[in-house]
Structure formats: C-alpha cells, structure tokens
Design a protein around this ligand. Structure first.
Ligand SMILES: Cc1cc2nc3c(=O)[nH]c(=O)nc-3n(C[C@H](O)[C@H](O)[C@H](O)COP(=O)(O)OP(=O)(O)OC[C@H]3O[C@@H](n4cnc5c(N)ncnc54)[C@H](O)[C@@H]3O)c2cc1C
Length: 262
C-alpha cells in the first residue's frame, strides 16, 4: 500500500499581521511551520504504516525552503519526500496547485491513498484536496477526524453538522483530514531527525512531472485576488464584575435596553 500525504509549509499564522496600508501580509521574520492539518494527516498515515507496512511519501509544492517540512515529515517516519519547485509554479491558485500536485502524484506512479489536510491555515480555502481528487479521477471524502485502512479499503469518521458519519471506501481514494480540538502534534526525537538527513528528497520541476506549463502559475489560475484586507477593528467590549446574580441582572437590563427582550 502506498500513501501520499500532501504537506504545505505555512507561516505561523499566530504571528502574521496584515499591513493596514497595503493590505498585504507582513511575513518578514515570521517562522514557517508544517500546516497543522497536514501534520495530523501525516501522523494518521504513519499509524497506517505501523499497522500495515505501507509506504508513505510526502509531497509539497513551494519554494526550496519547503524542504524543511519534508525533512520534518521524514524524521517523523515518512519514507520519501518530493518537492515541486520552480518559477512556473509561482502564482498558482488552488486549481493550478491541485493540477500540479495531482500531476506529481501520477508521476510518482502507483498510489492507493492520498491524504491532505482539511485546509491550509494561510490560504484557508480547503479547495486543493477536492480539486486534486477531480484531477486524479478518484473519489474523495473530506473533513475526516480518523482513518483506518487495510489493503483494499479505508474506513473514516467524517465530521458532519451535529455528528459523525462512518464511511467506507475502496482504494484509491483521497481523504482530507481535520484534527480534533485537543490534538497535540508529535515531534521527532533528535536522533530521528538526525537519521532522516539520509532519506531522499527529490525536487521536481514542471518538466520532470510532464505538467502543461499553461495550466500552472498565474496563466493556469482562474482565480484573481481583488483585495486582501483585515476585518474592521471592533469597539472594545465593556467588562462587568459582580456576583452571578448581579451579572445576570445586568445582562437582562442590557438586553432590555437593546430591545432584544421586553
Ligand atoms: C490568485 C491567486 C494567486 C496566488 N499566488 C500565490 C503566489 O504567488 N505564491 C504563493 O505562495 N501562493 C499563492 N497563492 C496561494 C496558493 O494558491 C495557495 O496557497 C494554494 O493554492 C493552496 O491553497 P490553500 O492555501 O487555500 O490550501 P487548502 O486548499 O486550504 O489546502 C488543503 C490541503 O491541500 C494540501 N496543499 C495545499 N497547498 C499545498 C502545497 N503547496 N503543497 C502541498 N500540499 C498542499 C495540504 O494538504 C492542505 O492541507 C495564490 C492564490 C490565489 C487565489
């Protein structure tokens, strides 16, 4: 069984701010991390590997510095890493990104399961996984909190409004993973990180994977970003203190004043 996990390097969003004048992200000095949803998806792939002996390949598209997240994934236990990197990929929207990643998956050759994070915490669109499934002509299951696989099928717990669905699918399939609220990411030991230095990371360009350059970058991207802006700052809220009864009475008083209740 061969599992391909798509992982993206993202800025640590807790530290990114928007320049109010230009509307662009201030990325300078902001550390990059492995997208948390992808970290979770990778851990699930590694659990399947431990159980079934599956091979796990990690795939990322980005600048050369994205090698760092591939190295982290290898240190956690992935077998091989692939980085798609060249100027042709720059400026790709989710559609072009999904085309590039799907073309790379086909180029890797045989695969049974493609795992993605539910979304990247910088782009937040949650489109790349489903669009990859379209390009690969395989079924998809999104928003999964857990996954189990044997040689032929996967069983997933999919989050839906008000509950869960347990679904089973034949392989090949693409699954996007969402993480439980109490998820704490695992990190490799120093020794594991050291040993992973010997594992192979291949860097491929659009020519290596046989991608159509017209379907990549700005030319291959139907989306145009009109404007990026931070949400307007909200007025500071009022803080009240007192006993539970005093606070409840105050709350009722405010609701009446605002004509929410009579
Ligand atoms: C018009 C436009 C122009 C853009 N130009 C640029 C640009 O010049 N430079 C730039 O860096 N970004 C650019 N972007 C952002 C880029 O398109 C997105 O980062 C990318 O398409 C992924 O979308 P997302 O971040 O919303 O990921 P989601 O769709 O939210 O991600 C879902 C999952 O897909 C997988 N995934 C997503 N992206 C990657 C990746 N790169 N490698 C591996 N797995 C991945 C991960 O598993 C992730 O959890 C642009 C976007 C638009 C709309």
């Amino acid at each position: 069984m061969h599992i391909i996990v798509c992982i993206k390097q993202v800025p640590d969003s807790t530290q990114v701010k928007v320049d109010p004048k230009t509307g662009t992200l201030i990325r300078a000095g902001v550390p990059s991390i492995l997208n948390p949803y992808d970290h979770f998806a990778l851990e699930k792939a590694l659990e399947i590997k431990a159980k079934t002996g599956a091979k796990v390949t990690v795939l990322s598209m980005g600048p050369q510095q994205a090698v760092a997240v591939l190295r982290l994934a290898l240190a956690l236990g992935a077998d091989e890493g692939v980085l798609l990197s060249s100027r042709a990929f720059a400026g790709s929207d989710t559609w072009a990104t999904a085309y590039a990643l799907a073309t790379a998956v086909k180029h890797i050759g045989s695969f049974d399961l493609v795992l993605c994070g539910q979304m990247a915490i910088d782009g937040d669109t949650a489109q790349t996984g489903p669009e990859m499934a379209y390009h690969l002509h395989i079924p998809q299951i999104t928003f999964c909190e857990s996954i189990d696989a044997n040689g032929n099928t996967v069983v997933v717990k999919k989050l839906i409004e008000g509950g869960h669905q347990i679904l089973q699918a034949d392989l090949p399939v693409l699954v996007t993973m969402t993480m439980p609220h109490d998820y704490v990411a695992k990190y490799p030991s120093f020794m594991a990180a050291h040993k992973a230095q010997d594992k192979i990371i291949r860097t491929w360009t659009e020519t290596d994977i046989g991608a159509d350059p017209h379907k990549l970058g700005l030319e291959g991207s139907p989306t145009r970003v009109d404007r990026i802006f931070p949400p307007p700052t909200r007025a500071k809220g009022e803080v009240y203190s007192g006993s539970a009864v005093e606070l409840a009475n105050k709350f009722v008083e405010i609701l009446k004043k605002e004509r929410v209740i009579k």
